[in-house]
Design a protein around this ligand. Structure first.
Ligand code: 5AD
Ligand code: FES
Length: 345
């Protein structure tokens, strides 16, 4: 069995940059073995509802940034959000992920109302929020209303690099504070980063992994950067499949119990990108439950897949794809192993 000395930065750096096929295969195989210890060949399904594409931020990479006047903005009503959850529940999903831009219309009160309504209708489902940076009080209110999980990618753990991807109004320190606050509060927390963003160095990626080890999030979202034409980074090259897969595998080896999605972005840059993500140690997929009419409008990057499909089509397409690669779709809540054990006692 391949042994990697991942406590050494030099070894991690070497694996991040390796182009040796045998070595990459050994890395993916080791990652698969790790994931099977806790999760066998199961792949957890989460239903994603993209409920607003308004955003007050102006991240240079993101298609729904405030300054992009070329996209049509939308916001789902509470009725539409609940309807999407209902469609998802009927398809067997036990986790709803409510994702949106940082939309000030969704005040704490409105978010609480949304979470409470979903919680009331689905007492046993997991509710995941992914709506960016808010105050500790806000996070507390969402938790008390029934949210269990929170996704907030750190994007890059290097301060100078963070500065190059975001306007001055945003800070890595604040982002990290949010992540630790959420975790302390009892949320299952998801961090993560993009691979191949402009100005990113292999050393930056080592820092991402070391940050993840320090935070110990329950979930880690990793996807390639994909240029979006109407953004300042629209003409930069995107992240590669191979590097993204290596980062997924290294993350699996360093955080064996993490829930790691094979992201839509990975599926966008290669026809079987998500399947290859699972083969590199990922164990979650997030089919889209948003109404078909708004799918194309949640355009973080260009050529996003699954924008023309109904929720049911995505759900069953994904199941077939997983099975073709020998994986077992798992529709349970998919809590991390330690949380699962506590829920049972
Ligand atoms: N390419 C790939 N991923 C992107 N995201 C935002 N813009 C892009 C892009 N152009 C990712 C960010 C964000 C998540 C919701 O989507 O990492 O946290
Ligand atoms: Fe969405 Fe295949 S996973 S259409």
């Amino acid at each position: 069995m391949a042994d990697f000395a991942l406590h050494q930065d030099a070894e991690v750096l070497r694996l991040i940059t390796t182009e040796e096929n045998d070595e990459q295969e050994a890395l993916f195989a080791a990652a698969r073995r790790q994931r099977e210890i806790y999760y066998r060949k199961d792949v957890y399904f989460r239903g994603l509802v993209e409920f607003t594409n308004y955003c007050k931020n102006d991240c240079y990479y993101c298609g729904i940034r405030r300054s992009n006047s070329r996209i049509t903005r939308y916001r789902l009503s509470l009725t539409e959000i609940l309807h999407s959850c209902q469609v998802g529940a009927r398809l067997g999903f036990k986790t709803f992920v409510l994702q949106g831009g940082e939309d000030p219309w969704f005040t704490d009160q409105r978010v609480v109302e949304m979470v409470a309504a979903i919680r009331a209708a689905y007492p046993d489902h997991a509710i995941t929020l992914s709506i960016g940076e808010r105050s500790q009080e806000s996070y507390k209110a969402f938790f008390q209303a029934g949210a269990n999980r929170y996704l907030l990618r750190h994007e890059t753990a290097n301060d100078a690099h963070y500065r190059k991807l975001h306007p001055e109004t945003m800070s890595l320190a604040e982002r990290k504070r949010c992540l630790f606050t959420l975790k302390d509060m009892g949320y299952q927390v998801g961090a993560g980063f993009m691979v191949g963003t402009p100005f990113q160095t292999p050393e930056n990626l080592v820092e991402d992994l070391r940050f993840l080890q320090a935070l110990e999030p329950h979930m880690v979202g990793i996807g390639p950067f994909i240029p979006q034409a109407d953004t300042p980074f629209g003409t930069y090259p995107g992240g590669t499949l191979a590097l993204t897969l290596r980062m997924v595998a290294l993350t699996r080896l360093l955080l064996p119990r993490a829930l790691i999605p094979a992201t839509t972005a990975l599926g966008t840059i290669a026809p079987q990108g998500r399947e290859l993500g699972l083969m590199a140690g990922a164990n979650v997929v997030m089919p889209n439950l948003s109404p078909k009419e708004v799918r194309k409008l949640y355009a973080l990057y260009d050529n996003k897949i699954c924008t023309g499909d109904e929720a049911a089509e995505c759900r069953f397409c994904m199941e077939g794809r997983m099975r073709n690669f020998g994986f077992t779709p798992n529709m349970s809540r998919g809590d991390p192993p330690d949380v699962e054990a506590r829920r049972r006692v």
